[in-house]
Design a protein around this ligand. Structure first.
Ligand code: NAD
Length: 518
């Protein structure tokens, strides 16, 4: 490695994961196609260069797609439970590499070490889920209206799944997609975020071992590293029937149009603008923990981060004081040091967006309740550490309507009943995660009812941030409408076929239509 740090065992983690700098030769993983320009990965933790890797060219992309397409021809023939066994082995390798991969996630992306480990745990969990699912890719059987006919539906794999992922979950989102796609019989091409290319290589190295040990075609898992231009190659390519894209709403709108123009399928997981409603019946202690973790965890860089607290006027002062006082206890610093609560933003561009949001909320008439600011000096050399801030705001402010990917929390006051809070809650473009803090059954059920939250995720007495893999994950409106992970999310990775079999000697037509030939 040209420049790196040995702190917290990062050097050892990279060695264990087989992630090499270009000056040390190529990384061990199979099917990492990269012969282009150099991409440097700097850590937001200390600003140091972790390593330089090569980006993939359009020729590399072509090799990847050919390899994936060829691999699909054999992989689709493997029985689903046997594909589940491959995913089981992958989960085992992730367990063995949890510490190393978790550290790399933390160092390259900047989230806390606990969250880095948690992200790898999420990969392990989805593998376990997918293994069981590999024996449950059920279709329905129906009663035919025609005598002597049998009708059922079955699911076949789609082919090549293109995965485009965001920086903030540099490994888990790939696993959510691949674990399901693989048991469904699909093969995958992954373009990780250009901000976290080393996490991509590490993951590819882990699955490459499993593929090699099982003598399977390498193209089952392909990695290409690079920026949006590679993503554009994928979205316009008719050889990729399904594009799963995670990132900003801006990106999702471009991807959706490109994929739809060729009548492909897309699975979109885009931005959120998540709120917690705090009613007069809320447990204030639970509210404070949920809100603070939701707003400052991962330095506000989760798609499910809490951005808005919609508080009833009768408890507003109490909740505000409790949260402002909790913010005083926050320790900001190196996320690999478990004493710290808040790590850095991903880069200095993100810092600029954070600062601009704070200026804008004041410009629009908001009041700063907890001052923000960029931290400098020892431990903050990367220039990416900011103070979590709180502002009193109106839901209608332009900046409040916008997802700022940073620890900025807006407090919004409501009066009257929970419907007024719901109007604010739903009154934004995005529809990912939502929560209500209340001990009042009527309010909770109203929040969950058809006139309640319009989000893909609606929680009672839990914050907005984070989710378990067992449920389908995703959101509505500007969040893109996609569902990943648990429940029946696997269906998007397969094509459905309805089969009708006639076991008689006559050919009756549906709807009683008569068509007789002499
Ligand atoms: P981003 O949109 O900048 O980039 C995401 C990915 O899209 C990257 O790999 C990028 O190279 C690629 N990309 C960008 N433009 C493209 C184009 N025109 N065609 C094809 N690919 C393109 O997002 P980011 O800054 O990496 O991540 C933060 C965003 O992701 C936030 O908005 C967050 O809410 C969202 N996110 C959503 C979820 C979810 O499940 N809903 C999960 C994680 C992150």
């Amino acid at each position: 490695m040209t420049t790196t740090t040995s702190q917290f065992g990062i050097k050892e983690a990279l060695a264990q994961l087989g992630v090499k700098d270009i000056n040390e030769g190529t990384s061990t993983g199979l099917h990492h196609f990269a012969n282009g320009e150099i991409l440097e990965s700097f850590s937001p933790v200390d600003g140091k260069l972790i390593g330089s890797v090569k980006m993939s060219t359009s020729q590399d992309y072509e090799k990847a797609i050919l390899s994936a397409t060829a691999a699909f021809k054999t992989f689709r023939l493997m029985p689903a439970p046997q594909r589940g066994e491959i995913v089981r082995q992958f989960g085992e390798k992730l367990r063995q590499n949890k510490e190393a991969l978790g550290k790399l996630v933390s160092y390259e992306m900047g989230k806390s070490l606990q969250e880095g480990y948690g992200e790898v745990q999420e990969m392990i969990d989805i593998c376990d889920f997918a293994v069981g699912l590999s024996r449950q890719l059920h279709g329905l059987t129906m009663h035919s209206e025609r005598p002597g006919h049998r009708m059922y539906e079955q699911y076949h794999p789609m082919g090549v799944v293109g995965i485009i992922s965001a920086f903030n979950f540099p490994v888990a989102v790939w696993a959510w997609n691949t674990a399901l796609a693989w048991i469904c019989g699909d093969v995958c091409i992954w373009k990780p975020s250009e901000k976290t290319p080393l996490c991509g290589i590490a993951c590819q190295n882990i699955i490459a071992e499993v593929i090699k040990e099982n003598n399977l075609p390498e193209g089952i898992s392909c990695l290409i590293n690079g920026d949006y231009k590679l993503g554009e190659l994928m979205t316009s390519d008719t050889r990729i029937p399904l594009i799963s894209a995670t990132g900003s709403t801006r990106m999702g709108k471009i991807v959706a149009q490109a994929v739809a123009a060729r009548l492909g399928k897309s699975l979109l997981e885009l931005g959120g603008n998540n709120a917690i409603i705090v009613t007069p019946d809320a447990d204030i202690k639970m509210t404070v923990i949920g809100a603070v973790f939701g707003a400052v965890g991962t330095a506000g860089q989760r798609c499910t981060s809490t951005r808005r607290l919609i508080i009833h006027e009768s408890v507003f002062e109490k909740v505000k004081d409790a949260i402002v006082s909790a913010y005083k206890q926050l320790k900001i610093g190196n996320p690999l040091d478990e004493n710290n609560h808040v790590g850095p933003l991903i880069d200095t561009d993100a810092v600029k967006m954070y600062s601009a949001a704070l200026d804008k909320v004041v410009e629009e008439g908001g009041t700063i309740l907890v001052e923000g600011g960029v931290l400098t000096g020892e431990g903050y050399e990367s220039g990416c550490y900011v103070k979590p801030a709180i502002a009193l705001a109106q839901n209608s402010f332009e900046i409040v309507q916008h997802e700022t990917f940073a620890p900025v929390l807006y407090l919004i006051k409501y009066s009257g009943d929970v419907d007024n809070a719901l109007e604010y809650q739903n009154g934004v473009g995005q529809g990912l995660s939502s929560a209500i803090m209340t001990n009042n059954l009527r309010e909770a059920e109203r929040f969950l009812s058809v006139v309640g939250s319009d989000c893909g995720i609606a929680n009672v007495n839990i914050g907005t941030s984070g989710a378990e893999i067992g449920g389908a994950f995703g959101g509505e409106k500007d969040t893109g409408g996609g569902r990943e992970s648990g429940s029946d999310a696997w269906k998007i990775y397969m094509r459905r076929q309805t089969n009708t079999i006639n076991y008689t000697t006559s050919l009756p037509l549906a709807q009683g239509i008569k068509f007789d030939l002499q």
